[in-house]
Design a protein around this ligand. Sequence first.
Ligand SMILES: Cc1cc2nc3c(=O)[nH]c(=O)nc-3n(C[C@H](O)[C@H](O)[C@H](O)COP(=O)(O)OP(=O)(O)OC[C@H]3O[C@@H](n4cnc5c(N)ncnc54)[C@H](O)[C@@H]3O)c2cc1C
Length: 406
Amino acid sequence: MKKNTYDIAIVGGGIIGLSTALQITNTYPDLRLIVLEKEQDLGLHQSSRNSGVIHSGIYYRPDSMKAKTCVSGARKMIEFAQEHNINYEICGKVIVATNEIQIPRLEELYKRAKANGVKGIEMIAKEELLEKEPHAKGIKALWVPSTGIIDYPGVLKAYAKLFLEKDQEIKLNQNIKKIQIKKNQIFINSDHGEFSSSYLINCAGLYADRIASLAGAKLPVKIVPFRGEYYQIKPSRENLVNGLIYPVPDPAFPFLGVHFTKRIDGTVEAGPNAVLAFAREGYKKSNLNFKDLMETITYGGFLKLARKYWKVGMGEMYRSLSKKAFTKALQELLPEIQEDDLIDGGSGVRAQAIDRNGKLIDDFSIIHTERALHVCNAPSPGATSSIAIGETITSMLKESFPNLRR
Ligand SMILES: Cc1cc2nc3c(=O)[nH]c(=O)nc-3n(C[C@H](O)[C@H](O)[C@H](O)COP(=O)(O)OP(=O)(O)OC[C@H]3O[C@@H](n4cnc5c(N)ncnc54)[C@H](O)[C@@H]3O)c2cc1C
């Protein structure tokens, strides 16, 4: 085979791209694969800027891909961590109802979790909640003992190491700018190299729609970036949180609401909120990319969404700008937390697909076009589900690419 010519090129060296690469090479060891990543290192975006939680599969519609891949993915993730010595802890989580209105929604979550096959969940009263989280305020809670925390950057490095050990390739600093499909071959150009492959898998996260469009695909969605900002709880107040304390989420949104998360390094974080980012990789409030912003605010789907949810959006913006307001939201769950207890933390940007009607796409979405598969929506619990998503894509290959050499 010629140099720089591959059976499958995967664009994006995040946790989904690398898991997919590893699963394909495990199943089809004779195929020649390459992962092309624009940054100088792997996994610098969503995959290392997240809450680090191994989700259990509570929230998702029972027939959804999220439900299926999260429940099985969490189990596979724990087995993987054990096998490859990756730091993780099953600390359990509580989802806390703070008022009567939230109780039917909490009960609905309990039913969903049962339908999804999540093990060990219990509806607990205030007294039991206080045994688990003595500083939390709530009238009832859902106890999810199987939820955990993990070092996702460590997981991603292990995927990459195993993939490279199979004599496959990863090329960094390859910002893909041009993709042409000619007969049976795809020509992929970055500013530093030229590659060709028979098939393409697009795992470009925040740029998945742009990569799809370069490949000539007309996706029914666009990626809109939503920044999630965290505060860290100062070390002397970390004792306020034992594990993971979550609110009852608003069913109208795919985001879970600000919560308290113990991290695998022992620190405790509060967040993330969800504010529109003015750049796809806009990790700071001040980051603005004119092209990204114009693309968002001129997109009909976003305008429809904004018309419907402008009040919620403004509330999130206000809490982003006012630490006092952010603290107030946190006090709903943990009344003792004070503004002084919070130190500026990190942030992440979610790649959220929105359709032309202004609907936030809830489930994972993988779209097949000529010679390509595009992972168009892989928000939370994408990291938990990464092994299962990689397996799903691998099992789609036969049908999507019937002439795949093996
Ligand atoms: C704030 C936040 C909290 C979250 N919390 C959790 C959690 O607790 N648990 C959980 O399971 N999930 C969580 N998630 C979701 C999870 O992080 C994502 O589902 C997952 O990381 C998606 O991985 P990815 O590989 O698709 O994307 P990414 O990690 O963003 O990777 C995409 C890669 O593509 C590369 N790329 C983009 N454009 C190009 C180009 N033109 N050329 C070459 N390369 C390109 C990027 O540089 C990047 O490395 C969270 C996400 C966020 C943002």
